[in-house]
Design a protein around this ligand. Structure first.
Ligand SMILES: [Zn+2]
Length: 190
């Protein structure tokens, strides 16, 4: 029954999210391991089609100890113009702004989540001048049971070229997905 539900969701949710959800039945509560496995799967399956200007992906996994987050986006979404892609100083500045993640993607306050670690990685996309960025972050949260929502309003205002974030999340007890956009800043993590 559970597997059937997951297959249906995988069909409904295109792109990387499908692979993310398809591996989730093996999720054991070991946040890091599950997320890394899921991400390795998606990277392998969806490298070619993932690069779409205006669109980004967000994967969140947590257990009772910590929360891992991965944000993947064309760097274009940070620069807002192709000509600016060649301005390395500007690109670095925009990436640095993205790492100020706590103000850009905001979990509901009751959960008491604090950013512990953040790192970024760049790679080439389908063509040389098109590049992707992957950001990985770890959080500690005071009360995971109170984790209810994530708000990306500031993310969309700081990076106006970003139009849509396809989000997937998984905990030891549930998994789901939703879309954050310029007209829907917040999703409920349930
Ligand atoms: Zn591009």
């Amino acid at each position: 029954m559970v597997v059937k539900t997951i297959e249906m969701r995988s069909v409904l949710i295109s792109g990387a999210c499908a692979a993310f959800l398809s591996v989730s039945p093996v999720y054991s509560g070991e946040t890091d391991q599950a997320l890394r496995f899921a991400i390795a799967e998606t990277a392998e399956t969806h490298t070619q089609e993932a690069h779409e200007h205006g669109k980004a992906e967000l994967l969140i996994a947590w257990n009772t100890k910590e929360l891992s987050l991965e944000f993947r986006s064309p760097i274009f979404n940070l620069t807002g113009s192709m000509s600016k892609m060649h301005d390395h100083e500007f690109v670095e500045e925009r990436i640095k702004q993205l790492t100020n993640l706590e103000s850009l993607l905001v979990f509901n306050q009751e959960a008491g989540c604090n950013l512990q670690e953040v790192s970024t990685q760049e790679r080439e996309a389908h063509e040389e001048e098109h590049r992707d960025l992957t950001l990985n972050a770890k959080y500690s949260c005071e009360d995971f049971a109170s984790l209810k929502s994530i708000n990306a309003a500031k993310m969309f205002s700081v990076f106006p070229a970003l139009e849509k974030i396809e989000a997937s999340w998984i905990s030891p007890v549930m998994q789901s997905s939703g879309v954050l956009s310029t007209s829907k800043f917040e999703v409920n993590l349930n």
